[in-house]
Write a protein that binds this ligand. Structure first.
Ligand code: SF4
Ligand code: SF4
Length: 281
């Protein structure tokens, strides 16, 4: 996938939405705002929709009928009730290996016609919306994450965590004493693997205060803020990664749990810093 043209039109010059054969994000379409949001359940849901949509005539009534059918068939229980979940998210690409919009003009069967105007948000919003990660994250952070990600499911979870990503890279920069550049990570297999470890931590973090709120609610109205982090004030262990743990929506039930969580990040940062410093050393 050639990202150069897409980068040119994206905020900050780095495009984040459809970035690889199997790497894309559908979080702002409400992808994770489902009763069952584990990878298998979402994959089954997306494939079912994609197969069904492939035989739907591209006519207004039929496309609206498809959405009604999806709503009748699937649970409408939502972890974030006021966050719209779009019935037109499916699997796209030549091998249907990443998540995307079934109404997009390039999606199979649409013959270049943009049907997104039918959707809840309307065509303009679907075409022009960029989340805070697109707009606010440093370009190098974005380049690193989109390059090392290898799976749409985990990518959409990490890329929308603007404050978590910022806090992670800022901690790394504080330890290095300089800004992190994409070349510090990309092209170095072990370092890329450690960044993938961060992606995996976001996906499988066991300390989420509200496990069913698995996706992030990242809109500016802040209707569903992250839960406050409950660790003792002045607790050195707790404060070191306070922002990271808060952005992971953590709740720790014991000091041992907190210590173990701190150890995970200590290892991750020490590994990255040692490898990067070896270059300059
Ligand atoms: S949430 Fe952000 S990165 Fe994901 S598809 Fe929407 S605009 Fe793109
Ligand atoms: S119609 Fe809009 S909200 Fe729905 S999947 Fe497509 S881009 Fe997302």
């Amino acid at each position: 996938m050639d990202l150069k043209d897409l980068d040119a039109a994206a905020p900050g010059g780095v495009y984040l939405c459809q970035v690889g054969k199997a790497v894309s994000c559908g979080a702002c379409c409400g992808l994770y705002n489902t009763a069952e949001s584990d990878r298998d359940s979402l994959t089954a849901m997306l494939w079912r929709r994609t197969r069904r949509f492939s035989v739907i005539p591209r006519e207004l009534d039929a496309i609206l009928g498809f959405a009604a059918e999806i709503r009748a068939r699937e649970s409408q229980t939502r972890p974030y009730p006021e966050f719209h979940h779009c019935p037109y998210i499916g699997m796209i690409g030549r091998e249907k290996s990443r998540v995307g919009c079934l109404l997009h003009p390039f999606a199979d069967g649409n013959d270049g016609v943009d049907f997104r105007g039918i959707s809840y948000y309307g065509g303009l919003a679907c075409r022009t919306y960029f989340c805070s990660s697109c707009k606010c994250l440093k370009p190098d952070y974005k380049r690193i994450l989109r390059a090392v990600a290898d799976d749409w499911y985990a990518y959409g979870l990490i890329i929308t965590e603007t404050a978590l990503v910022e806090a992670f890279f800022q901690e790394l920069e504080d330890r290095l004493g300089r800004a992190i550049l994409s070349r510090d990570i990309l092209g170095h297999g072990e370092r890329e693997a450690l960044i993938r470890r961060l992606i995996d931590i976001r996906r499988s973090w066991p300390h989420r205060a509200v496990p069913e709120r698995f996706g992030n609610y990242f809109f500016e109205d802040r209707k569903y803020p992250k839960p406050p982090l409950e660790v003792g004030e002045g607790d050195e262990i707790g404060t070191r990664y306070r922002v990271i743990f808060r952005e992971l929506a953590s709740a720790f039930s014991s000091r041992e749990q907190l210590s173990a969580a701190v150890g995970i990040f200590d290892d991750l940062f020490e590994g990255l810093v040692n490898m990067i410093q070896d270059d300059s050393g």
